[in-house]
Design a protein around this ligand. Structure first.
Ligand code: THU
Length: 159
């Protein structure tokens, strides 16, 4: 028998420790929550993606009466970025949410499994790690790569 431990590390920063560019990205993600279409869950998520040339693209969750037809904020932002700027790799993503009371979440939001899978593809496509910022009012988690969020992941190397 052999045990393998998989280790991930994350950094937590308070708002006064964020750089100007990190703050910019966070503010774009926050703004995006106000463009969310969430009449069913009343849970508004915003994602802002920073590209290699500094361009910021944002997206929000878009729900549908046929529930599974809706899309999370992260995939909306990543697919939009890749459709609009297919040749510019993604460098960083910041995700925030407001709960059913309309207030920002205290605990940093965690992206769903399907979004992690899509972000992994974006990371492989970029050819370098995509940094992840998960924001809550109690702090922002910084994770160095999508692989850290999705260990033992399925990718093209299996095909
Ligand atoms: N949602 C996101 O947009 N991103 C996440 O990371 C988690 C969940 C959306 C999907 C749905 O519109 C609502 O939040 C409640 O699940």
């Amino acid at each position: 028998m052999k045990e393998t431990a998989i280790h991930i590390s994350l950094l937590t920063k308070q708002e006064d420790e964020l750089s100007t560019q990190e703050m910019r990205l966070l503010n774009e993600a926050r703004l995006a929550t106000y463009r969310s279409y969430a009449p069913y869950s009343h849970f508004s998520v915003g994602a802002a993606v920073e590209l290699a040339d500094g361009t910021i693209v944002s997206g929000s969750n878009q729900e549908n009466a046929a529930y599974p037809s809706g899309l999370c904020a992260e995939r909306t932002a990543v697919f939009y970025a890749n459709s609009r700027y297919p040749d510019v790799p993604i460098r960083r993503i910041c995700i925030v949410a407001r709960g059913t009371d309309g207030k920002p979440l205290h605990r940093p939001i965690a992206p769903c499994g399907a979004c992690r899978q899509v972000l992994l593809e974006a990371e492989l496509r970029a050819g370098h790690p995509i940094e992840v910022m998960l924001h809550g009012t109690e702090g922002t988690y910084f994770i160095q790569s999508i692989r850290d969020l999705l260990p033992l992941s399925f990718d093209e190397s299996f095909l």
